[in-house]
Each structure stands twice: as structure tokens, then as C-alpha cells.
Design a protein. Sequence first.
Length: 397
Amino acid sequence: MILSSKGLDIKPSSTLEITAKAKQMKADGIDVVGFGAGEPDFDTPDHIKQAAIEAINEGFTKYTPASGILPLKKAICNKLEADNKVSYKPSQIVVSNGAKHSLTNTFMAILNPGDEVIIPAPFWLSYVQMVKIADGVPVVVKTSKENNYKATMDDLKNALTDKTKAILINSPSNPTGMVYSEEELKQVAEFAVENDLFVISDEIYEKLIYGDEKHISIASFNEDIYNRTIIINGVSKSYAMTGWRIGYAAAPEQIAKIMSNIQSHASSNPNSIAQKAALAAISGSQECVDKMKTQFDKRREYMYNRVSKMPYISAIKPQGAFYVFVDLDSALGKKYKGEVIENANIFAKLLLDNEKVAAVPCTDFGYDTHFRLSYAIAMENIEKGLDRIENFLNNLQ
């Protein structure tokens, strides 16, 4: 029996694989420190959980409109206007089962077979697979450490072909934590308008930005880029709601309608109870976000400072999200117990097997010389895990 060639070409998520392996080791009684988490270690705030409980008690457990309930869509419009200076109508909002679902819907709505999507590397590993699922062609553009792992105009121009359909921007970035400046985004916007391209702007980490950096939505510049932009966001990262699975897209009305139609057949509607929880998150007090952000910032400072002092590795200080993107630098070519560290995959395997530390090798993120450490875990585990990494590095030959 012949199976789908497209399906067979889709790779599993290595981050979920590593997290699952670390959890299994912990379940087996092994003291593992897992730096793989792409989710806050905080509990969902009480007022959000209470909204879900009330929804259950009130019997809000039936189908909703495919693209989400109107009060939530209105709240998202209000949020986008207040936070991002962009105006949308509820008919332009599609609420989905997580931002992943929003992205998949987006690619399926705009791509035809063979259409190309420019994806700067390093990138969140699911982007490439999502484009393939939608019959598109991912065009990976490798950025440089010297440019803070952000795409330059030369990068985009060199990747442009007559089949290019869209550019994907993730700011703040997973895995680098880098934030695109207003000037950099304006250049991307001009490039997209000049070449009649869509911009998919993944802004899921927008509320987790530190220091003097600020988040800007590329759609806010002018009508031309607004009409070409699909904003992707959700409640998972900012409100510690990863398991609730609510994301959303804000898009030109025609695209939003297509996305809604696709979703109606694929999954009916987002979870009704989780939508009520998301409504409470977006429209309620943001004090909980500020508290979590303060803790993330302390961990960011600690992790970056520790990594910067370790032998053989280096990193650029992240400006947002909750990851440090670590360059193996002079660790490559070194040996550990006789095994040569040729890339990040080997490094991560040796680290897990010998020091019981789970780090994410970034081969699937487009960079096989780097690994990712999440600081969305308790400080005591960060300290313990970094001690073990340092011990591992000190034993390289």
C-alpha cells in the first residue's frame, strides 16, 4: 500500500521529541534538567482559569462559529488597536487551535503548488514543514551572527524569484530572541510591497521583550503593507496557556474568509471553553504578564551571563522570548570521551547521556552549529543545568 509522499516527507518536531525523552528519563527516576521547554513554567493565572470554569458551569460546551466567538474576536481587535496600532474588524480575525493552526491555515490559504516562502534561518522548525504541507516550497535564507541572526535586504533580494509568494518574519524570534527594529521592518515592508509579496508576521512572543527594545507590527506602517500582512499571535506564551490551544490570525478579509472555510472543514471550531479563557486573558488585567516577564528577565540575565563565561561557546544577548541561542564556536572538533563533536546533534546527545541535560540542537532550525536553551524553567534548574553544561565543556579535549 502506497502512503502519501508528502506525509512521509514531513519530519517530527525535534523539540517535542527531546522534551518527551527528558520527561521519560525523569519518570524513570533520572535527575534530568530539561532546557527544551517552549512554554512558561508558570501556571495559567487564576482569573483565566476561573473564566473557563464558569463557561463549563454555564454549559458553554457546544459548537461555536468556525472562526471563533464574536466577543473574543472583538477583544482581539481592541488589543491590536491598543497594542499594535492596527485596525481590524472581527470579520478579519480567525481564532484557531493554537498559533500553529493559525500558521497552517495561513499557508493553505495563500499558497499554490510551487509557491515559495522566504524563511530566514534560524527559524522555528515547524515553519518549513507547514509550508510543505500546504504544497509550498520553503526557501531558507541563512542569516549571520554579525547581523544578529536577522535577514538583511541583500538576503531577501538574493532569495527572490518569480515564484516567491511570501516572507515570514518572527519577532521576537524563536530560537534567537532577536527583535527586528522599526527601520529593519520598514525595509522588509518596502521590499514586500515592491515585489507584491505577502508577509506572515509571527508575533507570538511580542509581550516578552526586555530592556529598551519594543515590538512593532509591520502591518502598522501603511495601507499597502497592511493589505499584504497576516499577523499571527495567541495566548500560549504570554499567559502561560500552551495547553489551552488558542491562537489567532489577523488578515485581509478575503484571506480570513478562506482560512475560516478551511478551518470549518478541518476542525470545526476552536475549543469553546478555551475561547472563554482566552477572552479573559486578552481583555483582563495584564499584571500577570508583567509578573512573568519580570521573572523571565532575571533568568535571561543569569543565563546569558553564565553562558558568556563558559569555554568554547558564546551567545548574543536575547532581546525577547525566553531562549538563548548558543553558538558552539570552538567546541566543534573537540572530543568528549573520544567522540568528536561534529555538530549540535552530537553535542546534545553527549550532553544528555553524560550530564543529564536536555538542550535543543538547532539543526532543524537551520543552524547545525548552535543549540537552544530555554529559560522558561525554574531558576534552581537553570543553575543546576548550567553547572552541568560547564562541567561538560571543561572535560572536552
